[in-house]
Design a protein around this ligand. Sequence first.
Ligand SMILES: [Zn+2]
Length: 313
Amino acid sequence: MTVRGSELQSAQQVTFVGSTGSRDNVVVKLSARAAQPTAITVTVPRGAKSGAVRISGTIGSAVTAPQPVKIVAGLPATDDASGSKKLIAGGKREARFSYHVSGSVAAGARVEAVSGVTGKVVRTWPLVKSGEGSVNWDGFVGNQPAKSGAYVLRLNELASNSAKTKVGSDSQFELAEGFFPIRGAHKLSSTAMQMFGGGRGHQGSDHFAACGTPLAAWTSGVVQFNANQGAAGNYIVVQRANGESYAYMHMRERSPAKVGTKVFAGQRLGRVSDSGRASGCHLHIELWTAPGWYKGGKPYDSLPLMKRLDKLN
Ligand SMILES: [Zn+2]
């Protein structure tokens, strides 16, 4: 948050007043760098409530009175998927391929997604009958993300007689299986206790990171559970289109993602912490077979997936 005015360099603190009374006040002491002559910039502290903002200290007379702030609970709607150069299966960014049909479309004319690794066609789409057509691909084949690697979207031979690829199409791209869930420096499971099956029937794998490091959905799905429980702490469970599910535990706060809503690969779900029964801030991630987490599925080792994702991004 930035407050502008003049002669602000001697300001000492900013108080987020919240509602009437001082019980919910949150004070931020200003460092020399935060208070400049014409602007004060502070990070809105955790726990601050919506309401007036007060600046204390020796300040100039021409200060613009700071406006009350509205503080919205939860994480910023950061979207790791859109900033990525790669296409992430189930991510928000989809590969878009456009073309123009000028003649009559032959039977069997298609747009095809071809793996650059195997040369195989993994998906096809019929052409529009005339004019402009386009295909958006989220990287899925049926309920599963296509294998990681290079892909080409193109018109097949029958289609290329009557249609032309439009400039700017995503004709070549790299497809990744998903996001590594910890969006910052991290250390993969390294001891038996941190791995699947280690100590007291451990159902997930533990990956350590600085407390507060953001967590992203590794792939898309629908939020199945979002709760707090003694051992798991703040946790979230997402069910994938294929019926499998994954769970993140020990998060700092409850996830802002609501039960029943869709999440895309790379969507922020929470932050690494040590809520519940945890020693040290880490992500405990569980993978469950269909029909999912405590819905009849069985847990299986999440470490191989974590290792693959770690190499990708
Ligand atoms: Zn664990």
